[in-house]
Every structure is written in C-alpha cells, then in structure tokens.
Design a protein around this ligand. Structure first.
Ligand code: PLP
Length: 398
C-alpha cells in the first residue's frame, strides 16, 4: 500500500501500516465535501457522482432540508433509548407504512443487513419450530452478517465463513418451478430483491413476482421483499414490488431512507409483526431521534419532489443515451438503477478498467460485474448533469 493510499484512508503518511482492516481495496480518492450530484476531493477536484454511495444519497449530497433537520435535532436531543418514545419514529413509521401499502408495523435498524436480520427472526417466529427455512435466490445479496450472508446467494462469499447459520436454501432466479420444488413444509419465508442490485442489476420478471406471491399465499409462506437498494422511488415506483401490483408480507428498507444517515427498517403486516413480543428483538440505536429526524425529512422531500416520477424520467434519459453508444451491448434495470453491459472484447478492457478511466475523468460509476457498469445517481439529478455524464461516457467508450 502506498503512502497516498494510507492518506486516502485517513491515516497519516508517516504510519508504516494502515489503521483500517483490509476489507476494502485501497481507495484512490478521498472525498471531503458533496453538494447535489457532485463530490469534491481533498485536492478540490469535482466529480459527477452517478453512484451515490451505492444508491444511498437519493436526494444528492448535503440536501439542505435534510441537513437542517439533522442540525436542529443534534442541538435538541441526540439520543434516547428505545425504552422510551421519541418525537420522530412513530410519524416516520406511519409515513413509511403508507408508502408500502398500509396495514403494517415497523422495526427500525441502523443498516440493511440488520433490517434483514429482523425479517429472518420474524420468519422463524412466524414459522415456529421445524418450519424455519428461508429461501432466497442465487445471485442475490442480502448483507454481511452471518445469517444475511447465508441468505445471500453467492457461494464465493460463503466459503471463508463456514459453517454459516442453518436454515437457508437457494433457488434459480426468475424460475418459478425452481421455487415450487424447493418449497417443502420446513419453509417459513421467501426473501427476494425486486431487482438484484449487487448481483448485477437483474430485474425480476413481473410474471415471476406475481407467481411467487400466489405460491407463497397458497403454501402459507411469507413473501419478504428486500427493498434495501430498490426502495423509496429508485425503480420508478415507491417500491420495486409495486411494478408487479403485489403486496408482500414483509419489506426491508435502508440506504436511501436516511440519505446517508444510517437507518433501515423492517416492515411487516400487523398480524405477522404480532409474532414478536417485548424482548424478542431490539437495538440500541435503531430509529433513534437523530436518524429518525433525518429520515422524516428525507421522506418529506421525496414525496414533495415525487421521486418515483423523477427516477422514471432520469432512467429513460440515461437508458436512451447509454443504448446509443456502440460499446454498450444492452442496458438493463428499472428506473434509475441501471447496468450497461459493455462490449468488453471490442473495448479491449473490462468494466473495472472503464470505471477507473471514468473516475479519472471525474465521473463515478461502479463495475457491478466484470462486463457491466452500474449507474445509480441521485434521483434529483438534472438533465444537464445526465448529459454531462453521458458525454464523458461517450468519450471513454469511444
Ligand atoms: N440488501 C440489499 C439488496 C443490498 O443492496 C444491501 C447493500 O448493498 C444490503 C441488503 C445490506 O445493507 P447494509 O450494507 O446496509 O447492511
């Protein structure tokens, strides 16, 4: 690791070792400020951010309404235990419940993986002894805790951490027969993303989601949708499952909910949430005043800006622009969560090399597979910013 890398990780150049665990490759840039769709590094160079912390800052960086809510709450009351109420989490839960479809209750967390952990525990409590298996899809991503890692359908990520918690099974993505075969009496729930984000931006077929809903209802199994990357407008609906016109039993959210403040949530229909009793689950920080105040402001802005409509508009502009590039074989995804499949043979380099070139030209995307670039910008991105991004992409992919 070079001294430059050490500094980019926040260490002083004099240190002979990096103070952070080597769970991420050494970063090449350190960002110190952000505004809207733009980030600034410590040398003052500006970058168009088309990734937004991996679909987190859906309202862009330093949104003034969210910043004001955080500042006001920070000077008023930073934290109280969940043993007590706070003035934000009830209202936040009511608003989220309405967006998800109504008739449910929420448990707030600090992250996506924790929201899924809550869903997994709820599934076990719902199923009872002997009926605890959760089925998810190959290629899925549900988190990095031991249980959510096993739910994640990517065996290479499992290998080093065996034995993983028991009770997980994987089926072929978008294949209803594979699910039907796997659904035996030991199964409590099915956990799916409406678009597999980390797995390569692979949308579920509408017919598949409808068939999964019917099958789960028929077998008395919970349908749990992981909307951590797709939720809150990104796909062009408030939630990805809404494209299929279905209602899940459990929905998990995180990422965009805090626009950068760490907060997630697990929603469940009231009769399912009723499986939990006081003491079954808990968290020190989940839904605490600062995070909940930020999330309330986020939802207020999202509703007044109609972010699903913005995502549909921006997604179409990006899809049209990317599809016109000769080096782009196809564009997939929904709304403003897209992947451009590159003609890497013709380009003579893979998507990581292309992403690095774009970064050097001041545009941030990521290589979601060795052949595809992911684009997940702020939902408030302007047409001019999209066109600027597309013009740099055009030059780099020429
Ligand atoms: N589920 C999905 C679909 C995700 O995309 C992610 C993160 O990328 C997670 C779960 C895990 O969320 P977190 O990193 O906040 O634990």
């Amino acid at each position: 690791m070079t001294n430059e890398h050490r500094v980019a990780m926040g260490a002083t150049a004099e240190l002979d070792h990096c103070p952070l665990m080597p769970t991420y490759a050494a970063p090449s840039v350190m960002f110190v400020a952000g505004d809207g769709s733009w980030l600034t590094d410590r040398d003052g160079t500006r970058y168009l951010d088309l990734l937004n912390g991996l679909a987190v800052t859906s309202l862009g960086h330093a949104h003034p309404v969210v910043a004001a809510a955080i500042a006001a709450q920070a000077t008023k009351l930073l934290h109280v235990s969940n043993l007590y109420g706070n003035e934000h989490h009830g209202q936040l839960a009511t608003t989220l419940d309405g967006l998800i479809g109504g008739g449910g209750q929420l448990f707030f967390t600090n992250s996506g993986a924790e929201a899924n952990e809550c869903a997994l525990k709820l599934a076990r409590k719902f199923g009872g002894r002997g009926r605890h298996v959760v089925i998810s899809a190959w290629g899925s991503f549900h988190g990095r805790t031991l249980a959510t890692l096993h739910a994640t359908g990517q065996p290479t990520k499992h290998e080093a951490f065996q034995p993983l918690p028991e009770g997980f099974r994987h089926v072929v993505w978008n294949d209803i027969d594979s699910l039907r075969t796997a659904l035996d009496p030991s199964v409590a729930a099915v956990l799916l993303e409406p678009v597999q984000g980390e797995g390569g931006v692979n949308p579920a077929d509408i017919e598949y989601l409808r068939a999964v809903r019917d099958l789960c209802t028929e077998r008395g199994v919970l349908l749990m949708m992981d909307e951590i990357q797709t939720g809150l407008g990104r796909t062009g609906e408030w939630f990805g499952f809404q494209h299929a016109g279905i209602q899940p039993d459990v929905v998990t959210v995180a990422k965009a909910l805090g626009n950068g403040m760490p907060i997630g949530g697990c929603w469940a229909k009231r009769e399912i949430a009723a499986c939990f009793e006081p003491g079954d689950h808990g968290t020190t920080y989940g839904g605490q005043p600062l995070a909940a105040a930020a999330a309330r402001a986020v939802l207020d802005v999202m509703m007044s800006e109609d972010v699903p409509r913005r995502a549909r508009h921006a997604g179409k502009r990006f899809t049209d622009g990317l599809s016109a590039l000769p080096a782009v074989l196809s564009v997939r995804g929904l709304g403003m969560l897209l992947a451009a499949e590159l003609d890497v043979d013709a380009l003579g380099r893979d998507s990581r090399a292309v992403a690095a070139e774009l970064m050097a030209r001041g545009v941030i995307v990521n290589a979601v597979t060795p052949t595809a670039l992911r684009v997940a910008p702020s939902l408030l991105i302007s047409d001019d910013e999209i066109d600027h991004g597309l013009s740099i992409l055009t030059e780099v992919l020429a």
